[in-house]
Write a protein that binds this ligand. Structure first.
Ligand SMILES: Cc1cc2nc3c(=O)[nH]c(=O)nc-3n(C[C@H](O)[C@H](O)[C@H](O)COP(=O)(O)OP(=O)(O)OC[C@H]3O[C@@H](n4cnc5c(N)ncnc54)[C@H](O)[C@@H]3O)c2cc1C
Length: 355
């Protein structure tokens, strides 16, 4: 990575709100030729690898102080594997099995992906991907961090667009800022940049009728063998993420709700210690296709990717896969005009609009 600059003051006449039309037909961009990535989740890190491979300078910022091991969850990587393969080096791909919830399970044992009705055990639907990695998010992020230099503890609070249409300035809550030629927002489902682009009201996620409660627990060997055994497979990898349409913020309530379930979901909650931490969250979405959600990419200077662009409920295991596809498509779009840093505003605008 090169071209990192952090400054405490920004240069030139700039505006965060006015959209200034370009006055020259082909305007070369000079200085600050780099991509700024906001958010070191799966999408931001995958994109960073893609840019690194392509020799495109970038800087990646993350608001967390360090890699958090709290509040992780399992994620199925299936059709997002091919885009990821394009972006990351071979050693990261080779580490995917170890980044699984259970690294001892070979990926051939994961497919297909059943969706089961917890009340009666009936199969609702079955995804038939060619390969599935049941990743643990924290382990996957740690893997993607290899070879990247993330700027931790940097929370973006504003973006400024230069009046000449060339640059974008990322401003952080600690008073620092950085100028780049393109900013990709991979700052997750509650994206600050989405709010800056479409306004507070339009950026709001829409709650669905469902919520999830995630519980972390350990089991005795005997219980674990039961939970892993046929026909419960692949519960061992799913650690029972379930969606219910009523709030549940403590373990006892969760245990009570789980009495409606068939095994193994009934037992997994029954055996959980009563003081176990549970994490409740409403499931929400935001549809980028809606007219009121279309954002102005400011001559290709700013765009969204991953959950920032389309937070969605996780039941069909699509969010990460779309995030990988976005990172791939954004990377290809940037590669298409970058030409070793020699590009015009129009080149960039056309490529990012197409993305
Ligand atoms: C319980 C659960 C199960 C799931 N299961 C699946 C599954 O099986 N398959 C699947 O495909 N998907 C699944 N998903 C969805 C998947 O986890 C997400 O779609 C994916 O992780 C999105 O990645 P992202 O990088 O876009 O966002 P995130 O992973 O949310 O990363 C965003 C990053 O940006 C940082 N950030 C936020 N604001 C700022 C700021 N202002 N400045 C700097 N940094 C900032 C955040 O700290 C975070 O690190 C699941 C989600 C949940 C919650």
């Amino acid at each position: 990575m090169n071209g990192t600059e952090e400054r405490t003051k920004h240069e030139g006449a700039e505006s965060s709100t006015t959209h200034v039309p370009l006055n020259t037909p082909q305007s070369a961009i000079s200085g600050h030729i780099k991509v700024i990535i906001i958010g070191a989740g799966s999408a931001g890190l995958a994109l960073a690898h893609g840019l690194k491979k392509a020799g495109i300078p970038f800087v990646i910022f993350e608001k967390e102080e360090e890699l958090s091991l709290k509040r992780s969850w399992s994620i199925a990587l299936h059709w997002g594997y091919e885009p990821l393969q394009y972006l990351v080096p071979a050693d990261i791909l080779a580490g995917l099995e170890q980044a699984q919830v259970d690294p001892h399970i070979s990926i051939t044992e994961n497919a297909p992906l059943p969706m089961i009705n917890g009340e009666n055990g009936a199969l609702i639907a079955e995804l038939q991907p060619s390969k599935v990695y049941r990743l643990r998010r924290d382990k996957f992020r740690a893997l993607l961090l290899q070879g990247l230099d993330v700027h931790w503890g940097k929370s973006l609070c504003n973006i400024i667009h230069s009046s000449a249409g060339e640059h974008v300035t990322a401003k952080f809550t600690d008073g620092t800022e950085l100028i780049g030629s393109l900013l990709v927002a991979t700052d997750g489902p509650h994206s600050t940049i989405r709010t800056l682009l479409v306004g507070e009201q339009a950026a709001k996620v829409t709650p669905t009728d469902f919520a999830s409660t995630i519980c972390y627990t350990q089991h005795t060997r005997e219980h674990a063998l039961f939970l892993r055994a046929h026909p419960h497979h692949p519960l061992y990898q799913n650690h029972a993420t379930m969606s219910i349409n009523e709030p549940c913020e403590n373990t006892l309530h969760q245990k009570e709700l789980a009495r409606r379930f068939v095994d193994p979901w009934r037992s997994v909650f029954e055996w959980m210690p009563p003081d176990q931490e549970v994490w409740y969250s409403k499931l929400r979405n935001w549809d980028p296709i809606l007219l009121e959600h279309q954002w102005d990419n400011r001559e290709g200077r700013v765009t969204l990717a991953g959950d920032a662009a389309h937070p969605m409920a996780f039941q069909r295991g699509q969010g990460l896969n779309h995030a990988m596809k976005d990172a791939y498509t954004a990377c290809k779009a940037i590669e298409s005009f970058w030409n070793r840093g020699n590009f015009t505003i129009e080149d960039r605008a056309a490529a990012i609009q197409a993305y």
